[in-house]
Design a protein around this ligand. Structure first.
Ligand code: GUN
Ligand code: ZN
Length: 427
């Protein structure tokens, strides 16, 4: 039986950064028809009700029906250490992250955190994400298994590190290759799972390991590859000392086969001109993690310049360097960073980044991140008056963007009214 969701509907015909606000489509009394996990139709409620009288109706009134949020960069194993005080990147990794990631040697702990992470993110309306796991293969199994139980489209990979990490978190070039390859053959394309080749960042991989990861990617070009790039100035100085002959940070990846289409580069704040040029040539995806960049004190991503240059840009929490599981809070932080750089991002641009833009950065913009015929039915129903503070501001709105912006800036999981995954209501 098909389902019909009624409410305000927000979708995108194109990228609003390129085509302006007119690229967004808002239907005040809209409907989304869902059947067998996919969107069958979207349009005016009265038209769809007339054409599909047998559909089971979920009437969400004035709530907003959107594609579920897509988080393009997260570390699910850092769920329990989110909001840890007082450190910049390298000390934060050593002090908080690495001790926590060592606990994932226990598969039962990995399963517990994977379930907790997916429950927390679903409660925030996030239906898909691209996550790092830990060095332990069982942490990947735990994540994909928990996501499959919820029927979610997810991306993940085993984090590879063979130096500058504690003993329990180190693999080798060969074991990283072998384990990643085995996990890839089990999970890549299984159900809604995609495997992502995952060297953490160049300080924690020897050149041999980076080459092994580059080789694996070359053998499996349908996989995405995720890593970190130019997040913090002291990190960049460290990279330059570890790779004295590299032209720049990106070259430590490029010279080991880790720059090609399908590469996801997290943070990308302090890029040099050559790096931007090569990343653009390779159609790389740059993943903006704004709550992380302010929380860890990393810097201000150049959204305007990089979008104008035509980059695929995804939006992400970077849990738990990021300080929130909410893509609403993440949009708010992107807005604040835009303001500090002199460019006020429009609510349409922010919402696009959190849905279609992130999906596009994962090369999945034809499947998720938007409401359109034949796309997968991952949806969030958002209450635009979820708290008294938001309700009183939204009450004055004269258009959808004024109605949406208080929720972007002040909203949290209380704004999540319902969530649908693969055509089934899960929340
Ligand atoms: N660089 C390398 N590893 C990490 C991580 O776990 N979080 C963040 N924010 N940056 C990183
Ligand atoms: Zn990260």
């Amino acid at each position: 039986m098909s389902d019909m969701l009624l409410g305000q509907v927000l979708s995108f015909d194109a990228d609003p950064f390129e085509h302006g606000i007119g690229a967004a489509r808002h239907i005040r009394q809209g409907a989304v028809l869902v059947d067998q996990g996919r969107i069958l139709a979207v349009g005016e409620a009265q038209d769809l009700r007339r054409d599909h009288p047998g559909a089971r109706v979920s009437d969400y009134g004035q709530h907003l029906i959107s594609a579920g949020f897509v988080d393009a960069h997260a570390h699910y194993p850092q769920t329990a250490i989110i909001a840890s005080w007082g450190k910049r990147l390298i000390d934060w990794l050593n002090e908080y992250t690495f001790p926590e990631e060592q606990r994932f040697a226990d598969p039962a702990y990995a399963a517990q955190i994977a379930a907790r992470y997916l429950d927390l993110t679903l409660a925030n309306g996030t239906t898909s994400m691209c996550s790092y796991c830990t060095v332990h293969p069982a942490s990947v199994t735990a994540f994909f298994t928990a996501a499959a139980q919820r029927n979610q489209r997810v991306w993940a990979g085993k984090t590879c590190m063979d130096r500058n990490a504690p003993e329990g978190l180190r693999d080798t070039a060969q074991s990283a290759y072998d384990d990643s390859r085995a996990l890839l053959s089990t999970w890549h394309g299984t159900g809604r799972a995609s495997y992502v080749i995952t060297p953490r960042f160049s300080p924690t991989s020897t050149p041999e390991q980076l080459s092994a990861m580059g080789a694996l990617w070359g053998e499996n070009p349908s996989c995405l590859m995720q890593t970190h790039l130019s997040e913090q100035t002291d990190e960049i100085a460290w990279v330059k000392s570890l790779f004295p002959t590299a032209r720049d940070y990106l070259d430590t990846y490029e010279s080991h086969g880790l720059l090609r289409p399908g590469g996801l580069y997290g943070h990308a704040i302090w890029l040099e001109d050559r790096e931007k040029h090569r990343l653009a040539e390779m159609d790389a995806s740059l993943i903006h993690c704004p709550t992380s960049n302010t929380f860890i004190g990393s810097g201000l991503f150049d959204m305007d310049g990089l979008k104008s240059a035509g980059f695929r840009v995804g939006l992400a929490t970077d849990t738990g360097g990021g300080s929130s599981f909410s893509m609403l809070r993440t949009m708010a932080a992107a807005y604040e960073i835009g303001q500090l750089r002199g460019r006020a991002l429009h609510p349409a641009e922010l919402w696009w980044l959190a849905t279609a833009g992130s999906a596009d950065s994962l090369h999945a913009g034809d499947r998720i991140g938007n409401i359109a015929k034949r796309m997968e039915a991952d949806l969030v129903v958002v209450d635009l008056a979820s708290t008294p503070a938001i309700a009183q501001a939204a009450a004055r709105a004269e258009d959808i963007w004024q109605a949406l912006f208080p929720t972007i800036m002040m909203g949290d999981d209380r704004a999540t009214h319902a969530v649908w995954v693969a055509g089934r209501q899960v929340l």
